[in-house]
Design a protein around this ligand. Structure first.
Ligand SMILES: Nc1ncnc2c1ncn2[C@@H]1O[C@H](COP(=O)(O)OP(=O)(O)O)[C@@H](O)[C@H]1O
Ligand SMILES: [Mg+2]
Length: 254
């Protein structure tokens, strides 16, 4: 069953149709990859799903409810977390503090009142810390939790970002090019972490350029080109798809 169903989704910037009538479903507990050349509309698609951008038309149904056009914090509360193409962490905070911010999305007090020192807020703060620690342990970065985030190796920063996203206990995780900037070894670790996260029952939608990673981890692949869905299928089907091969060869030539 699809936990996420996107249909007829479109968004233009001026005369440019960045996302043009895109529809697909993401299987619950599966890993669905969105691939396509630079400028194909992948990040825009994620922004439309997560509420960072409003669609011109189309629908986003998540977990049986229409979430089209909801504000990002409301989408987050429904159970969708994301990471960004460029790491967005507070460099001066510790890894644990960054992950705790992810957890605050779920807390009743919210971030501002969580700073107040009432006994109730303190108790909530403690539970936020505990949940953040669980995410940090799941991603194998407990050794770094008290380190200033900006000082950590880039691969570890990516893991901190993943921990922050899953600390909110999402049902769906959107990952925008999680392997960008990672070396071969770090990419292998990432593949293992993504599988581990899926093992927790979290559905994953991932935009990724690293084709061997995509073919390795995905159950289903959606191919975008110039804002439109060009193809969809299992990794084997996509690897053998002539049109898909052609756009990637074209990209290499450029
Ligand atoms: N905020 C924006 N304003 C204007 N054009 C944009 C904006 N965001 C994206 N675009 C354009 O939309 C197209 C799709 O971009 P994007 O979704 O970032 O592609 P991808 O992530 O697949 O590389 C590109 O041509 C890009 O320049
Ligand atoms: Mg992008």
């Amino acid at each position: 069953m699809s936990i996420l169903q996107v249909s007829g989704l479109s968004r233009s910037f001026g005369g440019l149709r960045a996302v043009d009538g895109v529809g697909f479903g993401a299987e619950e507990r599966g890993i669905t990859a969105v691939i396509g050349p630079n400028g194909a509309g992948k990040t825009t698609l994620f922004n439309l799903i997560s509420g960072s951008l409003m669609p011109d038309s189309g629908r986003v149904v998540f977990d049986g409810e229409d979430i089209t056009g909801l504000k990002p914090f409301r989408v987050a509360r429904r159970g969708i977390s994301r990471t960004f193409q460029t790491v967005k962490l507070s460099r001066r905070m510790t890894a644990l503090e960054n992950v705790m911010i992810g957890r605050h999305v779920r807390s009743r007090a919210g971030f501002a009142s969580g700073m107040l020192a009432s006994p109730w807020a303190k108790k909530e703060e403690r539970s936020i810390r505990e949940e953040a620690m669980k995410a940090i342990e799941l991603l194998g970065i407990a050794d770094y939790r008290d380190k200033e985030t900006g000082s950590l190796p880039f691969g570890i920063q990516r893991s901190v970002e993943l921990a922050r996203a899953i600390a909110a206990e999402p049902k769906l995780l959107l990952l925008d090019e999680p392997a960008s900037g990672l070396n071969v070894r770090e990419t292998r670790v990432l593949a293992e972490l993504v599988s581990r996260i899926r093992g927790r029952g979290i559905t994953i939608l991932v935009v990724e350029h690293d084709m061997s990673l995509v073919m390795d981890i995905s159950d289903e692949i959606v191919v975008l080109n110039f804002g439109k869905k060009l193809a969809q299928g299992k990794p084997r089907e996509i690897q053998a798809n002539r049109e898909v091969i052609d756009i990637y060869l074209g990209e290499d030539d450029a």
